[in-house]
Design a protein around this ligand. Structure first.
Ligand SMILES: [Cu+2]
Length: 108
């Protein structure tokens, strides 16, 4: 069993080196009362950023400046995911707690 796991892992690594998008990562950001954690992340192109609501207050995710504009609904729980396929710097704001609740994503 250990050999099989090692073989599968080695195959996955080899395939990953050739086809990175198929193994694109997910980066999780916590949405707390009232901050994003971490406040700044750097990810590779094709990474899905997943925001996970962890507080009690309502929050949202809105790109105020960046290569692609998107926004979530205002919600108190659950998640919001976005695959980032364009490089650049994304300035994110929770409009409920503007101007203090912000974060930055660098996609390279
Ligand atoms: Cu907020």
């Amino acid at each position: 069993m250990k050999k099989l796991v090692a073989a599968v892992a080695a195959t996955a690594l080899a395939a990953g080196a050739l086809a990175i998008p198929a193994f694109a990562a997910t980066k999780t950001v916590s949405v707390k009362d009232n901050l994003f954690a971490p406040k700044s992340i750097t990810v590779s192109k094709g990474t899905t950023v997943k925001w996970v609501w962890k507080g009690k207050a309502p929050h949202n995710v809105k790109v105020t400046k960046g290569p692609v504009k998107f926004s979530s609904t205002t919600q108190t729980k659950g998640t919001f995911s976005k695959k980032l396929t364009k490089t650049g710097t994304y300035s994110i704001l929770c409009t409920i707690h503007a101007p203090d609740m912000t974060m930055t994503i660098r996609v390279k």
